[in-house]
Write a protein that binds this ligand. Structure first.
Ligand SMILES: Cc1cc2nc3c(=O)[nH]c(=O)nc-3n(C[C@H](O)[C@H](O)[C@H](O)COP(=O)(O)OP(=O)(O)OC[C@H]3O[C@@H](n4cnc5c(N)ncnc54)[C@H](O)[C@@H]3O)c2cc1C
Length: 454
């Protein structure tokens, strides 16, 4: 079929205003706000229903056209920019909050619901419940973020967002609808088991296994009061001990630590967020943390009142650090690292930033009780200068190599990072992954080029 015929088919499926191959419409989908170079897109569609998605997938199979699911398109690693052209399926019109189960504490939502929308909805209608959101702009989708195994302000307590998924409805690469989790058996989307858990196939696979259309995500009880308690540390080697001590007490909601030449001048800023339902409760937790900071050889720092609200905002301050050179460009190498490797990672990432003449800037988050650290070294650049963008890409790549050498894993890797991971991957893991992929998607239409094992 020629392009104009494909467009007509797409228009028949989603409606004339929601399918396009105009260059002006495609421009924004051919790039993201990270350092990846733009890549061509052939069509964009904005479906409203699951049936429309099924029909798009069937058409893509018949015509062997790649399809790329997109939520907010905010991952920064080019994951929603097609590698082999094709149709970007923008899911933002699928934005219904279908159910809040207050007692069993989960939200059932369509795939296009943004973190901003779910948070605002809960604040208004269920003020005692909250959902863990990333520090990404609120236009990121809950589903896109959970499917890339993101993390947010409740991740220290409850784990990565991928772990908070209770159930999924997906359109498989052959166009069939499949339910995963308790919803495969029951009308309640309250848990993943006890049946074989296949939800993991859809996490961190970047839309290569199917398109999630509905997701149930865990909600958590919300305390009335929240406070930030800051410690300042002069040596990265002090950080694992401080974090071990804090997580041992079980009093933290969230723990983040940051390195910023511009803001903290060589010190490591460690922020523990605590919550409670009375001033006494908060006061006693602050005392415990002050003691821990001292024992871990750090210093407690009172946050100036003017900054307190700024730090307590959700999403937190990372976004303001993002574009610290005011050049409009920012990308970070998010990585998962064991806690004991953090001092080396901090020091080596500083060296890499300096080598590429980028002011060192890192923000990391404790996941679980210190079981994993999401370590992010960010590189800002001037979007109007291709050399500066390339410089940031090179710094990112070198950081990714360093992380893999340390025994960490690159999180939400762009194409070059995916290749680094695949090179290191156990050969039988590769074989299994490839066999599943070919069985599910024999025509290779699902976001091809990603996780490509040759
Ligand atoms: C300033 C800034 C701060 C950030 N801070 C954080 C943070 O604290 N924590 C964090 O986790 N992330 C963070 N991010 C990264 C990113 O923005 C988020 O993870 C974001 O939530 C990704 O969601 P999205 O809807 O934008 O996903 P997208 O970019 O649209 O998609 C991500 C991947 O999932 C696939 N996908 C999307 N929707 C579906 C679907 N329905 N079915 C199948 N596949 C799908 C896409 O094809 C793509 O491969 C930050 C980003 C920025 C810019």
């Amino acid at each position: 079929m020629i392009k104009s015929e494909i467009l007509t088919h797409l228009e028949n499926i989603v409606g004339k205003e929601f399918a396009s191959n105009n260059q002006e419409d495609l421009f924004i989908y051919s790039q993201d706000s990270g350092a990846s170079l733009p890549r061509p897109v052939d069509f964009v569609v904005l479906p409203k229903t699951v049936e429309e998605i099924q029909n798009i997938v069937r058409l893509a199979n018949e015509e062997k056209i790649p399809i790329v699911p997109m939520g907010g398109g905010m991952t920064l690693s080019g994951l929603t920019i097609p590698i082999k052209g094709g149709i970007v399926i923008d899911l933002k019109r699928m934005d219904k909050i279908l159910e809040i189960n207050e007692i069993s504490r989960y939200a059932l939502i369509e795939a296009g619901v943004t973190t901003g929308r779910l948070t605002a909805y809960l604040e208004k209608h269920y003020p005692n419940l909250e959902v863990s959101i990333p520090d990404a702009p609120p236009s990121a989708t809950v589903t896109g973020n959970a499917l890339i195994h993101g993390s947010g302000f409740l991740s220290q307590k409850y784990g990565n967002h991928g772990d908070m998924i209770n159930g999924l409805e997906v359109v498989l690469p052959n166009g069939e609808i499949c339910k995963l989790g308790s919803c495969a058996v029951s009308e309640y989307w309250f848990t993943r088991g006890p049946i074989p858990d296949l939800i993991g196939l859809f996490i961190s696979s970047f839309g290569t296994m199917g398109i999630a259309t509905k997701l149930a995500i865990k909600l958590y009880p919300k305390d009335n009061l929240r406070e930030i308690v800051v410690g300042i540390f002069s040596d990265p080697k002090m950080i694992p001990d401080a974090i071990s001590k804090i997580t041992h007490t079980d009093i933290a909601e969230d723990i983040v630590f940051a390195v910023s030449e511009a803001l903290f001048k060589g010190y490591i800023f460690l922020a523990t967020y605590i919550t409670g339902n009375s001033e006494e409760d908060i006061g006693s937790k602050i005392k415990i943390l002050k003691r821990i900071y001292r024992k871990a050889k750090g210093n407690y720092m009172k946050v100036p009142e003017g900054f307190r609200n700024y730090f307590l905002e959700k999403p937190i301050f990372i976004s303001s650090e993002a574009d610290n050179r005011s050049g409009g460009g920012f990308e970070y190498s998010g990585n998962f690292i064991p806690l004991d490797k953090i001092p080396e990672a901090i020091e080596k990432a500083i060296e890499i930033s300096k080598k590429y003449d980028i002011s060192p800037s890192q923000v990391s988050r404790v996941i679980g009780k210190g079981h994993n650290i999401m370590f992010a070294a960010s590189f800002s650049f001037n979007r109007a200068d291709p050399n500066d963008m390339e410089n940031a890409r090179n710094a990112l790549h070198e950081t990714n190599e360093m992380i893999l050498k340390l025994g960490g894993i690159i999180w939400k890797p762009e194409l070059a990072g995916q290749k680094l991971i695949i090179e290191k991957m156990d050969p039988n893991y590769k074989k299994l992954f490839q066999a599943i992929r070919v069985a599910l998607d024999p025509n290779g239409i699902m976001n091809p080029g990603n996780w490509e094992i040759t």
